[in-house]
Write a protein that binds this ligand. Structure first.
Ligand SMILES: NC(=O)c1ccc[n+]([C@@H]2O[C@H](COP(=O)([O-])OP(=O)(O)OC[C@H]3O[C@@H](n4cnc5c(N)ncnc54)[C@H](O)[C@@H]3O)[C@@H](O)[C@H]2O)c1
Length: 339
């Protein structure tokens, strides 16, 4: 039950993802206001607090003890999600947890238990589930416009390397988790089917400087898979892709095909004698999914105040994690892994 008209929201982890949520809650989420930020790095917490005019904390327990805090966005590195989410649930706060859910299944289980025990709202940060193109694509599939889905190809590539804690696969589960979690979840979101087997391969093609300290590190990966229904497919990822942010999906059905996404930034086409016809490229997940992150943040408040069901659940994060873990096992063992 809310204590005030406006839900008090705090963001823990004021890095790349955290600042996107801070801006949304500070400016643009009806029924909510950003009241605090927390970061283990005091300087970063204070900088974000100054930027948004809110209170800064550097200890999770102090941050969570504010009675005015109703909801928490967890945007710390993946290997900290389990601990932070358990503390937030025990403090009775509604939670939006950034993807990936966790690093291990044991962590996922402890998070699920804490959320259930404390009966708190939990929204999984799969923003594609809030993106109008993905929502429409799912409706088109469900309406049967392309017949029964048979094959799906999902591409997820980022322009640069994510923060350095991702280099250590034991802390991050690597690029398939950090970047392609979204693809694993979109495949389930679009088809309504679960992963049954995966076969994956990966290489470090562009980052030889990390090979010695992080021998398992990979920057290029491909996963083929079969789902619980008829659908088979592939997920491919590369990071750094250098040319831009590339998130595209192709779905082939018995009666047609559908393409979601483009590397062209919509709206501007430049024509010149020298360059011909040129479109701008999508440069970042921040710009491509700007509206989706906002819709996701608004959904947290709809769940908290309006009692709506989360469109993206902890179980969805757990299923994506299982597919990522199976893919990493397949990379290591060179065999098909079953889920
Ligand atoms: N949905 C998306 O598209 C998307 C995009 C980027 C990142 N992410 C996810 O968001 C999370 C954060 O990623 P990022 O790229 O913003 O990382 P980042 O390294 O840029 O930021 C993480 C911040 O958390 C702080 N931190 C670390 N441990 C902490 C702790 N125990 N308590 C409080 N603060 C702590 C760090 O000091 C840092 O400021 C990851 O899980 C990542 O996968 C999601």
């Amino acid at each position: 039950m809310l204590k005030a008209d406006l839900a008090g929201v705090g963001v823990i982890g004021t890095g790349r993802a955290g600042l996107v949520h801070c801006k949304n809650f500070a400016e643009n989420v009806p029924g909510a206001r950003l009241i605090s930020v927390c970061d283990a790095d005091t300087g970063k917490a204070e900088q974000a607090a100054r930027q948004f005019g809110v209170t800064a904390y550097n200890r999770t327990s102090d941050f969570l003890s504010d009675p005015a805090l109703d909801a928490v966005v967890v945007a710390t590195p993946t290997f900290t999600h389990a601990e932070v989410v358990q503390e937030a649930a025990a403090a009775g706060k509604a939670i939006l947890c950034e993807k990936p859910l966790a690093v291990t299944e044991a962590e996922a289980e402890s998070m699920a238990e804490a959320v259930e025990k404390n009966r708190v709202v939990f929204l999984m940060g799969f923003m594609r589930r809030f993106d109008q193109n993905f929502i429409r694509a799912r409706e088109i599939i469900q309406r049967g416009d392309i017949g029964e889905p048979l094959m799906i190809k999902s591409t997820g590539k980022g322009p640069g390397l994510p923060p350095s804690w991702n280099l250590d696969i034991s802390k991050s589960n690597g690029m398939l988790a950090e970047v392609n979690s979204h693809d694993f979840d979109s495949v389930r979101f679009l088809t309504g089917q679960d992963f049954r087997w995966v076969f994956a391969a990966a290489r470090n093609n562009k980052c030889p400087q990390y090979a010695e300290n992080y021998p398992d590190f990979y920057d290029t990966a491909i996963v083929t898979f079969g789902l619980s229904g008829k659908v088979m497919g592939s997920i491919d990822g590369a990071c750094p892709a250098d040319y831009g942010y590339d998130a595209r999906v192709e779905v082939q059905g018995t009666d047609g095909v559908m393409f979601i996404g483009s590397i062209a930034r919509k709206g501007i086409v430049i024509g010149s004698k020298e360059a011909g016809v040129v479109e701008e490229i999508v440069d970042s997940w921040r710009s491509l999914f700007k509206d989706a992150y906002l819709a996701e943040d608004r959904a947290l408040i709809d769940c908290l105040i309006g009692g709506k069901e989360p469109p993206s659940r902890l179980e969805d994060g757990w299923k994506a994690l299982q597919a990522v873990l199976a893919s990493n096992r397949s990379i290591k063992n060179g065999v098909v892994e079953y889920l």
